[in-house]
Design a protein around this ligand. Structure first.
Ligand code: SF4
Ligand code: ZN
Ligand code: ZN
Length: 305
């Protein structure tokens, strides 16, 4: 297998792009894909200050690395979720990466916000841990971004993540979620702008980039992620992709181009009001989801200790 560009031995074959690349040309190809996503979905300008949500996993580390390689002013933020042993080792890897790139890293402990860890929360809620964890992370990221003076948060969702989410949302016709699924979510209703610059990069590509760049990422799976339906959707899409290369990219790309606007227009704009405790925008009125969760936890301290 030869590199499509230079004819040297290729390290990766990308049937969906009818290409194969050597290390040097794959790196160029990958950074061009990131740059293309930023421009296609009007994510941010060259001189923007970016706050990158880094979990220690492959994709968020690759995102931070590629934004720095493209010359962006990108600082990282790591939320210590208190999921042992994962959180400690992930944090060590993120700190090591930041030091190696001379990049600024902000670390926040979930306990400073919630008074409990995700492991504590999972013991006393009926909902799936991931849905609560996702809500808490969004809340903390938004608050920290504002506190640190950032107006853009970048997250490491890749093409496979987004295609799997789209499949799930479509199978269940989740119109509300479909209307919010886009690579750039504008700053509105008091929320900070969110962007996903890896949206055009498949999981296999982010993994290859991580290996080439020598990124020491955290490969341990979170104990709460087991049996997640998103893994099943990813697996299903990979089976389709194997038979029909390019399907994932077409599925998500055409959704953004032709369909998502329809859901955006047809869904009623949610009426958001400030949370009566913390001021964070909420559609429920009264207290926001985060403050309601915190209240439940602090009134049952015996369980979380
Ligand atoms: Fe949180 Fe679920 Fe991710 Fe674990 S897998 S960090 S619980 S969202
Ligand atoms: Zn080459
Ligand atoms: Zn609140």
């Amino acid at each position: 297998m030869k590199c499509t560009v230079c004819g040297q031995e290729a390290i990766i074959k990308l049937p969906s792009h009818h290409s194969a690349f050597c290390e040097k040309h794959f790196k160029k190809f990958f950074l061009r894909r990131v740059d293309k996503a930023i421009r296609r979905y009007r994510m941010f300008h060259r001189n923007a200050r970016l706050l990158v949500a880094v979990s220690g996993g492959k994709d968020s580390m690759v995102l931070w690395s590629s934004l720095l390689a493209l010359g962006y002013d990108a600082e990282g933020i790591f939320i210590e979720l208190g999921i042992e042993p994962n959180s400690k080792s992930a944090m060590a890897k993120v700190e090591k990466f930041a030091a190696s790139r001379n990049a600024t890293l902000h670390i926040v402990d979930i306990r400073d916000y919630l008074g409990a860890t995700i492991a504590d929360v999972s013991r006393k809620i009926n909902k799936t841990t991931c849905s609560v964890c996702g809500m808490v992370k969004r809340y903390i990221l938004d608050r920290e971004a504002k506190k640190l003076g950032f107006s853009i948060i970048a997250t490491g969702h890749n093409l496979d993540d987004e295609a799997a989410t789209l499949l799930g949302n479509t199978l269940h016709w989740q119109e509300g979620y479909l209307s919010r699924q886009f690579p750039t979510l504008e700053e509105e209703f008091g929320f900070v702008r969110k962007v996903k610059p890896l949206i055009l990069c498949a999981e296999k590509e982010t993994l290859t980039y991580a290996i080439i760049e020598g990124i020491d990422y955290d490969s341990e799976r979170c104990p709460f992620s087991r049996g997640a339906t998103s893994q099943f959707y990813k697996h299903t899409l990979n089976l389709i992709e194997h038979e029909m290369p390019g399907t994932k990219s077409y599925f998500i790309g055409e959704f953004f181009k032709r369909i998502s606007g329809h859901f955006h227009k047809s869904s009623e704009p949610s009426k958001l009001v400030p949370c009566e405790i913390c001021g964070y925008p909420t559609s429920a009125g009264g207290k926001c989801a985060f403050c309601r969760l915190k209240e439940r936890i602090t009134t049952n301290l015996d369980i979380v200790k």
